[in-house]
Design a protein around this ligand. Structure first.
Ligand code: IDP
Ligand code: MG
Length: 138
């Protein structure tokens, strides 16, 4: 079964949107197989966003995601990566469609409420960054 990593970012957790976001994803038929709350250290934040290392917004991104605790979740399901990306909506909340998580709850491009892996390959890497094998249920 395909798996993907979802992070509920500081802005959404602080505003009490954790349950709402999980519900929206579960309603797509995705099954939660692992979950934890954690305060990212800068090293893990830099690993997660390594692909953006050379971007102008990299430091802001790392500072933000490691600013206050987040929720990390592994969802499993058919085409999980694609289903999650669609449910999240476009990266910039101003461009994300109504009815998507970012469209409805995102504040700006940095504080856009959720992270979701962008490919099956990335998903497997990201899941391993956050969870050990024995923390993931089948
Ligand atoms: P994604 O989260 O939709 O996969 P990415 O391009 O992988 O988007 O970027 C990772 C995160 O970096 C985004 O979720 C967003 O919070 C932030 N980001 C992306 N582009 C910009 C930008 O142009 N300015 C500021 N932050 C950005
Ligand atoms: Mg991405």
């Amino acid at each position: 079964m395909e798996r993907s990593l979802v992070l509920i970012k500081p802005d959404a957790r602080q505003r009490g949107l954790v349950g709402t976001i999980i519900t929206r994803l579960e309603r797509q038929g995705l099954k939660m197989v692992a979950i934890k709350m954690l305060h990212l250290d800068r090293v893990l934040a830099q690993q997660l966003y390594a692909i953006h290392r050379d971007k102008s917004f990299f430091d802001d991104l790392v500072n933000y995601i490691s600013s206050t605790p987040i929720i990390a979740i592994v969802f499993a399901g058919e085409k999980a990566v694609e289903v999650i990306r669609k449910t999240m909506g476009a990266t910039d909340p101003a461009r994300a469609e109504a009815g998507t998580i970012r469209g409805d709850f995102g504040l700006d491009i940095g504080r856009n409420s959720v992270h979701g892996s962008d490919s099956v390959e990335t998903a497997e890497k990201e899941v391993k960054l956050f969870f050990s094998k024995d923390e993931i249920y089948t």
